[in-house]
Ligand binder design. Structure first.
Ligand code: ATP
Ligand code: MG
Ligand code: MG
Ligand code: MG
Length: 471
């Protein structure tokens, strides 16, 4: 079966509607009233208080396709973009939720039916593997006895901090709802590289995590203790771009309809023929994050959410420069994005002009110093070898004089196998602060760390605007 991204999104909503779930529109990327969170990073965020028993809803089951950004905070994938085939800064998370209604048994049965039943995705069962939390015999037995999965397809995984990346205890942040989880992986086949979860080469592209089913049971406190939730609940998340890639028989998200079109549009805007360079992926990814963040009210600034937005724009601009873009280009990709996603997200259509204007202004501002900064940086990199480190003073000079966020400098240095001296950067930054304080004109905030603050532009939940037509 082949399905386009929009069809997969619709099928997911329809399936869970048929299982008595109430469709709920995506919430804003700016978390509503939650200072612990930089950006909405999962479908469950808007239901946090419902899981905690603080807010009552008139339904016990919900389904959504949620806009997410993972570019800071606990879940940060900014540095993965361009390097893995499956990570974005902005993505859509499909999710079904139970607020004290069904638990493990139904959650697993629903997921399996949606993925494998002929009326839905009809994926071959022998392509699927699952993980469970290492002590969760209940989940293991459901997969083995109820679903009929062979034990060698069910992998027990512990907490993060173990040998490898995987982690089967999901948490939204350092505090808040959390619980053991069970994840579903798709096997792209022997010709791809990479090992099963829980093995040293689990980060390869052969086995891709598509769906995480979290059995919400606890509220993690500041001191780390786990307090039981009022009622065991369910929160699941499936990356729409990843499952679409599977449904299109493509070996990565960037080969799907949506991204191919965005990369072609980028090539056209910049005036080059092929879209082979990884920079195209970065730009296609970043135009989505940037446009959706601006549509939700974030503006480039020197701190908090606005600084993350600025960093993403500047990274995209640098990648365009690398591809040979002459002058401003990034805002010119917005129309292609609107063509791709405007139907599902009318806010993009309504705010297109505003989005373009904000990007253009930031592009123009950065253009003034980009070339000079790059010249300084390549001069420094020339004298370094793979494995070396760029001095903190250089990183600071690029930051302070040329407007290079440290992660941008790190991204460029990494292409040459060079690291950056973050401690040295912090020392230089502190010295700068002291000088400014002594000079008595401490009116610039040099905070590079990302702290969560409420941007002044945020005008609250614009429900009408966020109402997507998919529901
Ligand atoms: P990964 O291990 O691949 O980084 P994750 O375990 O961090 O993913 P979850 O927090 O479990 O992800 O989120 C639920 C689902 O959302 C994942 O199974 C995946 O399909 C999707 N997803 C997570 N992060 C991203 C991302 N950066 N870009 C696209 N999809 C993502
Ligand atoms: Mg991750
Ligand atoms: Mg994972
Ligand atoms: Mg996961």
């Amino acid at each position: 079966k082949t399905m386009q991204l929009t069809e997969v999104r619709q099928a997911f909503i329809d399936f869970f509607k048929s299982k008595n779930h109430t469709p709920v529109a995506s919430s804003s990327l700016i978390p509503h009233n939650d200072p612990t969170l930089l950006f909405t990073n999962a479908g469950m965020n808007q239901f946090k208080d419902t899981f905690l028993g603080l807010e009552k809803r008139d339904y016990q089951r919900a389904v959504s396709s949620q806009k997410c950004v993972r570019a800071g905070g606990k879940h940060n994938d900014l540095d993965n973009v361009g390097y893995t085939a499956r990570h974005h800064t902005f993505f859509e998370m499909l999710g079904n939720f139970s607020f004290g209604d069904y638990f493990k048994k139904d959650a697993i049965a629903f997921a399996w039916e949606f993925l494998t039943d002929d009326n839905w995705l009809a994926l071959p069962k022998d392509r699927l593997y699952v993980t469970v939390y290492h002590t969760d015999d209940e989940a293991f037995d459901i997969w083995h006895k109820d679903i009929g999965l062979a034990p060698e397809r069910i992998i027990r995984i512990g907490d993060k901090g173990g040998l490898y990346q995987s982690d089967n205890f999901w948490a939204m942040g350092d505090t808040g709802p959390c619980g053991p989880c069970s994840e579903i992986f798709y096997d792209y086949g022997e010709h791809m590289e990479g090992g099963l979860p829980g093995t040293p080469d689990e980060d390869g592209d052969r086995y891709v995590e598509i769906w995480n089913c979290v059995f919400m049971q606890f509220n993690r406190q500041k001191d780390g203790t786990l307090e039981p939730l009022p009622k065991p609940s369910v929160d699941t998340g499936m990356g729409l771009e990843r499952i679409s890639s599977v449904m299109q028989g493509k070996y990565g998200n960037y080969e799907t309809d949506l991204f191919v079109n965005l990369m072609n549009a980028t090539a056209q805007v910049i005036g080059v023929e092929s879209t082979y360079e990884p920079s195209f992926k970065v730009i296609a990814d970043h135009i989505r994050a940037v446009s959706f963040l601006i549509a939700d009210g974030v503006r480039p600034s020197n701190e908090g959410r606005g600084y993350v937005l600025r960093r993403i724009i500047r990274r995209a601009v640098r990648h365009g420069n690398k591809l040979g873009a002459e002058g401003v280009f990034f805002h010119k990709i917005v129309p292609a994005l609107v063509a791709e996603m405007g139907e599902a997200y009318p806010q993009l259509v309504n705010k297109q002009a505003e989005i373009e204007a904000v990007i253009l202004k930031e592009e123009e501002q950065f253009a003034k110093t980009l070339a000079q900064g790059l010249r300084l940086l390549s001069g420094e990199l020339e004298s370094l070898n793979t494995g070396d480190t760029l001095t903190g003073e250089t990183v600071f000079k690029l930051y302070d004089t040329y407007g290079f966020p440290t992660d941008l400098t790190a991204d460029i240095a990494r292409e040459r196998g060079v690291g950056i001296d973050e401690d040295g950067f912090n020392v230089a930054m502190e010295a700068q602060r002291t000088r400014a304080r002594e000079a008595g004109k401490f009116d610039v905030d040099y905070t590079s760390s990302v702290k969560v603050e409420t941007p002044t532009e945020f005008v609250g939940y614009d429900l009408l605007d966020n109402q997507s037509q998919i529901i």
